[in-house]
Design a protein around this ligand. Sequence first.
Ligand SMILES: [Fe+2]
Length: 512
Amino acid sequence: MDRRLFVSDLARYAALCAVVPNAWRVTSRPHFADDPFSLGVASGDPTATGGVLWTRLAPRPFEPDGGMDGLRVTVDWEVADDDGFTKVVQKGRATAAPELAFSLHIDVKGLQPDRWYFYRFRTGDAVSQVGRFRTAPADGALTPLSFAFASCQHWEQGLFTAYEHMAREPLDLVAHLGDYIYEYAGNSRALRMHHGLEVRTVDDYRRRYAQYKSDPALQAAHRLCPWVVTWDDHEVDNNYAGLNGENGMESIEQMRTRRAAAYQAWWEHQPVRVPRVQSWADLSITRSISWGALARFWVLDTRQFRDDQACGDGTQPRCDEARDPRRGLLGAPQEKWLVDGLGASRSHWQVLANQVMMGPYDAAAGDEVRTSMDQWSGYPVARDRLLTEIAKRAANRTVVLTGDIHSNWVNELRSDFSRPDRPVVAAEFVGTSIASGGNGGDVPAARLDGMKRENPHLRWYENRRGYVTCKVDDKAWHTDYRSVPFVDKPGAPVVTASRWRVEHGRPGITTV
Ligand SMILES: [Fe+2]
């Protein structure tokens, strides 16, 4: 090589280095003009000795890279016995990087069982808000549990006032059953508007999560206690099934790409510990969480592995396709994992963190039957197969938690709904939405009576927004439905709309 050419190449290379920051350099003392912790902090998936601590750096959440300008930075985290952090029990340092949207998942281990802790993050001179989390009780302990569950928080349809009330409840845990975001394009006539078009790429989904995570009430509920999060359809696409999109117009390749983007962004924004997989499109979130010996949560995914909705989806009369015994909602491996797990578990209560309603609902009066093809009633053979196994393995100590349909339902689940003489073996509490569907309204008594006549396993139905709290001990399970009368303006109070009790080992659900 000509020496002069080599020198000029070197000079050109040096000039390039001066303007392009080294993509792999990690900055330990970044300076932020805006708060990098604008999306809050969260914790989740508690064990007896730890849990996952989450945050995502996003000083300007709607700009590319969340306003991080491609910078890799170190973030310090601390866990303390007190909220003043005078007794720090663990600390560490992690790197936030653009390929994972500057999210952090710190899987803390080695803590004491059945204890509350405080945590915070720090990068440069920015310090996050303080979150509170707790460990689960030790294996074998029957320590009582107080938790809430929620779902369906369509940003455009209502304020998250329900979370303001939830954040004041004495809770150990929150379970979120999906529809944490909605994928739709912004609607200029909405109460508050989504940024951008329908989300499809990983950057679109990241911006959508950032918009939802910017809500102060949602952030407060995350700071309160650890969450156990699953997803439903809107984290990807309304009513998708496996690799079938909502309208059946996307190719398999398009749906794999979209699912990969959606699942990655979900992981980046939730305080979860899920198994490692080869590709984001195949992310598995099926897992179980134990609360000592009192309760075991089986976190289900009824979207990724289901067969496509039968008979054209929607609410349909009886149709042969739905009754095909090969059709499933969980997919064979997840169904086997759940059934084997229910058999092997010594836990006092078995809790299914589930998405779509398991109890059938016949929407037609008289002899005609019309049921939802998207719910378990669209997969009746798989539903009855699972309930038969629950009857054998965990009868009258299994509680199914459900979201999805933006209304409150209490269902007594029978071991086989194709045979009305079969016994009640489990309870289902369907919780309403945080915001989806807007204010809601009263259900006339005559309508509820008519619904119960068609559906004798139905105990109650209500159409308000809110969340559900559950107090569980070794003798009984208590459920309170917490409702807000409106979500279209701030300041809604919360009321207990109804209260229910399930006795351990006894069939049926009674009012309190
Ligand atoms: Fe929903």
